[in-house]
Design a binder for this molecule. Structure first.
Ligand code: CP
Length: 303
């Protein structure tokens, strides 16, 4: 791997290699002293030009657990506000001998564009509604912790599929690992032609959840929506929300995932989010390990 721009670019064996290294990184994160010297002297630039809690903080923790220097850059307080282009900013950061550039931006394609213009590895930390590859990697990692191999497993991704970069990356990741993927949501939130990605569109949560092993709930991506796509939040919660009643439609051993931030009482009921079989906080824990693995592999580490 030279960059990590999307799951679409990865083969099954490349995904499995990252997951294998993530296992070792998780073990490091469980030690009393959670730090190894692997990336000592390296510099990781964490460029987040869109809001983030989990991804930004976990990349910073991941870099520090590997003994790299982690530098955070946001649009507020940067020279982007003085009309500097993103391209110039990235080239200047790379000129400070950065070893990795992590980029989140509200526009799809920005990490790809920068990867063509700087000489350091670029990691996509979420670009518009395109991809969020490290989220998908931590999602499949978490699912494998509970279920083992994912071949033949049924994965239901429920919610705002059309505006979700997590949905797209999850579809690629789970499909490449052999799972059957269904997507569900109101017709206004299912992109036309989604079948071309090899998934089954469902227009009721019951159809998607029947016998599902993994339920991946998604937030309504209000920041990327203009106008109303459903009559009311209350109605959305009643028809597409995950609660004890709808959870019972899934496989008895099903697990529940959510990338966060969650909107309690909208796409997921609090009693489902906070109890078995929710793996939401495991996802956050695993996110650090997966991002350590990605940083390690992109800076020349070997399995
Ligand atoms: N899952 C996720 O990307 O969360 P943040 O926006 O908080 O990083």
């Amino acid at each position: 791997m030279k960059h990590l721009l999307g799951i679409a670019d990865l083969s099954r064996s490349e995904i499995e290699e990252i997951l294998e290294v993530s296992e070792a990184m998780l073990e490091i994160s469980q030690r009393e002293v959670k730090r190894v010297p692997t990336l000592r002297g390296r510099t990781v630039m964490n460029v987040f030009l869109e809001s983030s809690t989990r991804t930004r903080v976990s990349f910073e923790i991941a870099a520090k657990r590997l003994s790299a220097d982690a530098i955070n850059v946001s649009s507020v307080g940067s020279s982007l506000s003085k009309s500097e282009t993103l391209n110039d900013m990235a080239r200047n950061l790379a000129a400070m001998n950065a070893d990795v550039l992590i980029v989140r931006d509200r526009t799809a394609g920005v990490p790809q564009m920068l990867a063509q213009r700087v000489r350091v590895p670029v990691i996509n930390a979420g670009d518009g509604l395109h991809e969020h590859p490290t989220q998908a990697l931590l999602d499949v990692f978490t699912a494998r912790q509970s279920l083992g191999r994912l071949d033949g497993r049924v994965v239901a991704i429920v919610g705002d599929i059309a505006h979700s970069r997590v949905a797209r990356s999850d579809i690629y990741a789970f499909s490449k690992l052999g799972a059957e993927v269904r997507v569900a949501g109101p017709p206004t939130m299912i992109p036309p032609g989604v079948e071309a990605l090899g998934v089954k569109p469902c227009y009721s949560i019951g159809e998607a959840l029947e016998g599902a092993d993994v339920i991946a709930m998604l937030r309504i991506q209000q920041e990327r929506i203009e106008g109303a796509l459903f009559p009311s939040v209350r109605e959305y919660a009643q028809v597409f929300g995950l609660n004890q009643r709808t959870l019972a439609l899934a496989s008895p051993n099903a697990i529940v995932l959510h990338p966060g931030p969650i909107n309690r009482g909208v796409e997921i009921a609090p009693e489902v989010a906070d109890n078995e079989p929710s793996r939401i906080l495991d996802q956050v824990t695993n996110g650090v390990a997966v991002r350590m693995a990605v940083l390690y592999l992109l800076t020349g580490g070997e399995t």
